[in-house]
Design a protein around this ligand. Sequence first.
Ligand code: BTN
Length: 325
Amino acid sequence: MQSALRKKLLDAFTEHEGEYLSGQYIADLIGCSRTAVWKHIEDLRQEGFELEAIRRKGYRILKTPDQVTANEIRLGLKTKMIGQRIHYQESVDSTQKIAHRLGFENVPEGTVVIADEQTGGRGRLERAWHSPKSTGVWMSIILRPNIPIPKTPQLTLLAAVAVTQAIEDCTGLEAHIKWPNDILLNGKKVTGILTELQAEPDRVHFVIMGIGMNVNQTKMDFPAELQSIATSLSIEKGSFVNRAEVIRAVFHRLENLYQLYLEKGFLPIKLLWESYAVSIGKVVTARTFSGVIKGRAMGITDDGVLKIEDEDGNVHDIYSADIEI
Ligand code: BTN
């Protein structure tokens, strides 16, 4: 967990982006001695930050490492809630599990668990989620919305919109959403979202929004069975992508949309979701637990249910399925 002083220091560098901050300025700001400032600067260097120190001018950040630690993400983060607390670990089984534990410990809304690697990453429908070291974004966000349980799938759709927008912000690439929450680039999956709920019959305790983004994998980094269906931001962009920047973009978009959702309800989110969706209006095949349904995807309901009209004009409500387009 990041110390409050370190947070203040990185917030100051964020606010004065590209400028020199004098040792005295920092010492006054965070309320410590100049020796303690020097120690904080050395700690940042140890973590891979490149800092320039010029006499009578102060310190300036030249380069940040490609890490997903709390410090790295903090620099440049302008959210008020999402990501204000970050629990980073180098290697975990699954960030979902840690987030569930923290959820019960009453951590504030917007707390995020991030790992550089997951050894037991989980996906939808009990599938494994490939989460190799230092190439992707593997994170779980804790939210505490005051909404009825049937509305919680709306948050998955909200997250899909946020990630789609964030990808465009960082890479300029146009991503699309495949129901319910796969994010695609050029028809291949680049991100998956797993929303889990802790609730009593009448009350949501917390929601864990698990987001797995392939960022810097090459094609060969994916297991053979995924190579034709998965992709990464760097494959599609053709250059390296900074993971912390991607995370910050997701936090910003998520916070804005979540705020909009709490104030104005699901309709604006639904409209955005439909504008990014690939399947709406097309003939799709839905593989559900109870069978296969083929027909035209008509749209989603306010509960996030996909409506498919088959050849005979029957309309099916799809709650959980794999969709082929
Ligand atoms: C999917 O099946 O498409 C959803 C994948 C969700 C993966 C993310 S990675 C971070 C978080 N931790 C997990 O174990 N799973 C989610």
